[in-house]
Design a protein around this ligand. Structure first.
Ligand code: HEC
Length: 105
């Protein structure tokens, strides 16, 4: 990473921290877990980035905890809404989503 890029990222990070602090009501807990804005790394993540983020943010995916049937339904719905997936990508994405955003216990 170049120094300029690192500096830019630091700037963005700082701006986000300020925005987050400003949006918080006084007295609210300071360490609420936020949903990650990026998809989890791992096999299938690039497929998800290229096929699932053209209509909405990663946060909509990252805040879910679905079982196998739940993800199957969601992927089918996104396909109906024209997410461009062939059957190989469909299966790979299903594996990725279940592994990364499976049911919480
Ligand atoms: C063609 C546009 C489009 C694409 C491509 C798309 N989505 Fe969506 N998705 C939507 C819309 C529209 C909603 C509803 C948004 C809302 O409720 O605010 C949605 C909602 C969701 C939700 C929340 C609702 C639910 O069923 O849990 C999840 C999770 C989701 N999408 C995952 C995905 C995944 C995974 C992919 C890649 C396979 C994907 N989306 C690709 C349009 C799309």
């Amino acid at each position: 990473m170049s120094a300029a890029r690192a500096a830019a990222l630091l700037l963005i990070g700082g701006a986000l921290a300020v925005a987050a602090a400003a949006g918080r009501p006084a007295g609210a807990p300071q360490s609420q877990p936020a949903y990650p804005a990026k998809l989890a790394a791992g096999e299938g993540s690039e497929l998800a980035e290229s096929h699932c983020l053209m209509c909405h943010s990663a946060m909509l995916i990252a805040q879910q905890a679905k079982d196998s049937t739940g993800w199957e339904k969601t992927i089918a719905l996104m396909e109906k809404w024209s997410a461009p997936l062939d059957s190989t990508s469909h299966r790979a994405l299903h594996r990725y989503l279940l592994r990364s955003y499976g049911p919480r216990h």
